[in-house]
Ligand binder design. Structure first.
Ligand SMILES: Cc1cc2nc3c(=O)[nH]c(=O)nc-3n(C[C@H](O)[C@H](O)[C@H](O)COP(=O)(O)OP(=O)(O)OC[C@H]3O[C@@H](n4cnc5c(N)ncnc54)[C@H](O)[C@@H]3O)c2cc1C
Length: 474
């Protein structure tokens, strides 16, 4: 579901396009171009929708880029812009279809279709419109989830043909008479800027080496010494597959590397609320998690004492799936290109967005914690982290990231192998709050919905509470 702010902007986008497509048409009859006022107005609508479609294509390209200047100007997240990208692209497609249908009708009506359809400008127009029509159904969530790399390649190739097709359609028809082709130059400029800036970001870090540690059957840890960054990074592993251009986004969980050999004596105080054997249960579904006996571990608030001096470097915690992340399991170290930093999110730790709330509650599910750690570390108020994991191995694999100097004073509540009671958690924090409370959630969509609902209930009672959801979605 889009947020309220996103919905308002989407409404604005749709409304302004409808208005621009509908207003200010005047018929002046008789004239030498159109036989009737109906044909005249219809053609004007065709021209207008065609022109607006070109504008929206350029906007769709801008919104899709991860180096979109609007991200820094507005502070909206890339995810928000991807949502806008999908809507603007759909509007552009609809406008292109209306434009094409009107001109098809006009030429059929005048009996000129057979000759017109042989002209190059017509053919390129058909290619551009059909490209847009094919692009929409092949970009739905299911396709993106099942065949991400295929979707991406197809999306880029088809988009290229759409822009080239539109450009040739205009130039061959009007010979740059009206300037419509400028929108396609602008689209190429947006696309080119994004690609060039990606290369700049990669070259700033150079070729790095990634060290991989297997945490358990679900997670790996990837450490890259010698570089720094925050927010998110796109990682390329050119020696992993033949698709050297393939890259994957991950949240930077930490910017300092310890060798994970902490002095455990200060860190043994954990309270276990159930049989320890449950930590080794392997729930395979949400319902299994629900059934599994509870094991709650609350580490001491005292930070671990690491015996080594931390080194500069990035840490990532990765949940392995069946693609590139699965291949990473088979390597212990490999070359990596790091396209970073990307910080255009409300959760950018240096943003003061949440610091006006004296109390912060972060709720993380599994690997979702990576997005929250920098935020908790930088918050100046009262901080609590509630973290639910399937297996205790993830807690251990991330110990240096959750228990270090930056996390001093953070109350950490971990839940292993079962669902967190988010209602109770939020109620407890609200009862303790002596001002406003910020609740940030990062985890599976079901969990985020549950937290959103619980916050909405509390807010309805008049509590001063802000809800922020961070999702690994696009
Ligand atoms: C902003 C952001 C931050 C993220 N941070 C983390 C993190 O810190 N830790 C973590 O474990 N995961 C994170 N993810 C998810 C991670 O990018 C994907 O799990 C990973 O790309 C899957 O790669 P795969 O080839 O193994 O996937 P596959 O097995 O091929 O597919 C598994 C799932 O991952 C999606 N996916 C595949 N490739 C990409 C891609 N290039 N971009 C986005 N999604 C993709 C697929 O659509 C599918 O739903 C993040 C995603 C985003 C968008």
């Amino acid at each position: 579901m889009p947020t309220r702010g996103q919905s308002i902007f989407l409404f604005y986008l749709v409304a302004i396009n409808i208005i621009f497509c509908c207003v200010d048409y005047k018929s002046h009859q008789p004239n030498s171009w159109y036989a009737s006022s109906t044909q005249e107005i219809r053609s004007f609508v065709g021209n207008r929708t065609g022109a607006l479609s070109l504008v929206n294509i350029a906007l769709a390209v801008l919104y899709a880029g991860r180096n979109n200047v609007l991200i820094s100007l507005t502070d909206w997240s890339h995810t928000t812009f991807l949502l806008l990208h999908r809507w603007v692209a759909s509007i552009a497609t609809l406008q292109a279809c209306i434009h094409s249908a009107i001109y098809l009708y006009n030429y059929m009506e005048s009996g000129e279709h057979a000759t017109e359809a042989k002209l190059d400008y017509w053919v390129w127009g058909v290619i551009a419109t059909l490209g847009m029509v094919f692009l929409l159904p092949t970009s739905i969530l299911l396709v993106r989830q099942k065949f991400y790399e295929l979707f991406l390649a197809w999306h880029v190739v088809l988009s290229f043909f759409i822009i080239i097709g539109s450009l040739l359609h205009i130039i061959l028809r009007f010979s740059k008479q009206w300037g419509y082709e400028l929108w396609m130059y602008i689209a190429f400029a947006f696309w080119g800027f994004d690609r060039i800036y990606r290369i700049v970001r990669i070259s700033r870090n150079g070729v790095c080496k990634a060290h991989i540690t297997i945490i358990d059957e679900n997670y790996i840890r990837l450490d890259i010494p010698g570089i720094t960054g925050e927010g998110q990074a796109y990682l390329y592993f050119p020696t992993l597959t033949w698709r050297v251009w393939e890259n994957h986004p991950f949240s930077i969980a930490g910017g300092m590397l310890h060798d994970n050999t902490a002095d455990n004596t200060v860190n043994q105080k954990t309270s276990v609320s159930s049989s320890a054997s449950s930590a080794h249960a392997s729930p395979t579904s949400d319902s299994d998690i629900e059934k599994a006996p509870a094991l709650s571990v609350t580490p001491t608030k005292k930070p671990a004492v690491f015996t080594n001096i931390p080194k500069l470097g990035l840490s990532f915690i990765i949940r392995t799936h069946s693609g590139t992340t699965a291949l990473l399991r088979q390597r212990s170290s490999l070359p990596v290109l790091v396209e970073a930093p990307y910080t255009g999110s409300i959760l950018h730790p240096t943003h003061d967005t949440l610091n006006h709330h004296p109390r912060l509650l972060c709720i993380a599910g599994g690997v979702g914690i990576t997005a929250l750690l920098p935020l908790i570390a930088f918050h100046r108020g009262n901080r609590k982290l509630a973290w639910g994991v399937r297996h205790a191995s993830l807690l251990e694999g991330m110990r240096d990231l959750t228990e270090n100097n930056a996390m001093t004073g953070v109350v950490i509540e971990t839940t292993v192998g079962r669902r967190m009671d988010v209602n109770a958690l939020i109620e407890e924090e609200v009862s303790r709050a002596d001002g406003s409370l910020a609740v940030v959630v990062s985890g599976p969509p079901g969990m985020a919905d549950e937290v959103r609902l619980a916050v909405a209930r509390v807010a309805a009672r008049g509590c001063e509470i802000e809800f922020i959801e961070e999702s690994y979605s696009w």
